[in-house]
Design a protein around this ligand. Structure first.
Ligand code: HEC
Ligand code: HEC
Length: 421
């Protein structure tokens, strides 16, 4: 798939905004019938999508709670906070909230529109996602699979619980656009289909805690492993992966030294050390010549080149990104980002915190070159001198990390009630 989403500029900027305004208004009245999830029909010949319209989504509910007693092969027990034990009612409520566009200021954006179930609960089509009213977000949407195990959330690790995390997108002016926590709570209180569900799950109505607890309970159960790699490495099934993937794992833990950051333990693998490293991606983006213009992404394959000052007035985030430094203010944390898990990585293109690498092959070539040299580059990132076969083998290994329950979880997502259902 070609993920270079630079565009045709055949419609005027004003025209595009008008279209978005009209669409938003239409959706505000009829949140259940919007065409917004159907992303085909864009005019780039090489543009393809596997997303579906709301009406054609069909799925089967699955028993999400089963992973609590038996996490899939290759993963440890799911950490559950004491003050938010998982219950079926919370999970069902959280699942409904996750897919509900009415959680955004104008009823157009749900969590699931950036964390798209059939795209690895991330977003394959946009390097940087688009939030409310066509406003761009400066970082790539990470997967929700296995976030239960993430101790520091976001690419810069600025949040420490799934319960709290939900308020960031709900309130971001370029994501779901709500001006306060209060308006979200009040809106939920006024929706008939929620009162009973909140009472059942919590014995009280929507508030800052219960909204976070419900969403977190659903997200926490989206765990996925038992991949071919797991069945080979932990399950001792020699036939679960081919020889190429096995050789790829040898490069991964040997010559490539990938395993130092993307860790594998004796009885499970999270493929992340949970720490922050400078691979040069952030440095590169910052050091590019200062841009007076940049692309604002409106929809897949559609963006407008706007002057920087105009981009700011649209509410799009400034694209400057200093990584972990923004959280700690420590100079050494500049351009450091959290090591992402590699589970299900074949499903979550494009890659890195800014989505700047389109394919897994691009990521491997990036490491082979030694990242982007800069004075704070992590010492582990060095030229590797990989052969073509080693690159193919690494690819085969990365592709063997897709969990066996993905179809089930996607199907379950498609069975989620939408809007007032
Ligand atoms: C407009 C697109 C957009 C919407 C809408 C959105 N997200 Fe995200 N999400 C992102 C991006 C981008 C990031 C990474 C941001 C960063 O690292 O600074 C992210 C990060 C996350 C993370 C952290 C994952 C990790 O590995 O650290 C979680 C969890 C999450 N979102 C859940 C949600 C939930 C729940 C909602 C709805 C309440 C939601 N998102 C709505 C784009 C979106
Ligand atoms: C010094 C620690 C470190 C080493 C060594 C390392 N990585 Fe990474 N890896 C990271 C960090 C940090 C990121 C995220 C960078 C960003 O977001 O800008 C990353 C991102 C990735 C991604 C993209 C994942 C995504 O969801 O965007 C892949 C794939 C990957 N690494 C594979 C590898 C492979 C294969 C090797 C060995 C050749 C390797 N890594 C070596 C730290 C490391």
């Amino acid at each position: 798939m070609n993920l270079d989403l630079r565009t045709k500029r055949n419609s005027s900027l004003v025209g595009s905004w008008l279209l978005i305004a009209v669409l938003s208004a239409a959706l505000a009245d009829e949140p259940r019938q919007g065409p917004g999830d159907l992303r085909d029909g864009y005019d780039q010949p090489d543009y393809a999508t596997d997303s579906t319209s709301l009406q054609s989504r069909k799925g089967y509910k699955t028993d999400l709670l089963s992973v609590l007693s038996a996490p899939p092969l290759g993963l440890p027990d799911i950490p559950i906070p004491q003050n938010n034990p998982v219950t079926a009612d919370k999970v069902q409520l959280g699942r409904k909230l996750f897919f509900d566009r009415r959680l955004s200021a104008n009823n157009t954006v749900s969590c699931a529109m950036c964390h798209i179930a059939e795209q690895g609960f991330s977003q394959n089509e946009l390097r940087l996602p688009v939030g409310i009213e066509g406003k761009s977000v400066r970082r790539n949407a990470p997967t929700i699979y296995n976030t239960a195990y993430v101790e520091r959330l976001f690419h810069d690790g600025r949040e420490i619980s799934l319960e709290n995390q939900v308020w960031a997108p709900l309130l971001a002016k370029n994501e779901m656009g709500n001006v306060s926590i209060g308006v979200v709570i009040e809106r939920l209180k006024n929706l008939d289909d929620y009162a009973e569900r909140f009472m059942k799950a919590f014995g009280r109505g929507p508030n800052m805690q219960t909204v976070g607890m419900a969403l977190a309970s659903y997200e926490r159960l989206l765990v996925s492993a038992d991949s071919p790699f797991d069945r080979w490495y932990y399950g001792k099934d020699e036939l679960a992966v081919d020889e190429s993937a096995k050789r790829g794992f040898e490069v991964f833990r040997g010559k490539g030294r990938c395993i130092v950051c993307h860790t594998v333990s004796q009885d499970h693998a999270l493929f992340t050390d949970g720490r922050f490293h400078n691979t040069g991606i952030g440095y590169f983006a910052t050091m590019k010549p200062a841009e007076t213009e940049f692309d604002v992404f409106l929809a897949p394959g559609q963006s407008e080149r706007v002057k920087t000052d105009l981009a700011q007035t649209t509410g799009s985030e400034k694209f400057r990104d200093l990584g972990r430094y923004e959280v700690t203010r420590l100079p050494e944390d500049r351009w450091r980002y959290r090591t992402p898990t590699l589970r299900n990585v074949a499903l979550t293109a494009p890659y890195m915190h800014d989505g700047s690498l389109a394919t897994l092959r691009d990521v491997l070539l990036f490491y082979d070159r030694g990242g982007v040299p800069n004075e704070a580059l992590d010492p582990l990132i060095q030229r590797l001198g990989l052969s073509n076969v080693e690159i193919e083998d690494l690819l085969a290994f990365l592709q063997s990390l897709t969990g066996s329950n993905i179809d089930k979880l996607v199907s379950d997502a498609h069975a989620a009630p939408i809007g007032g259902g």
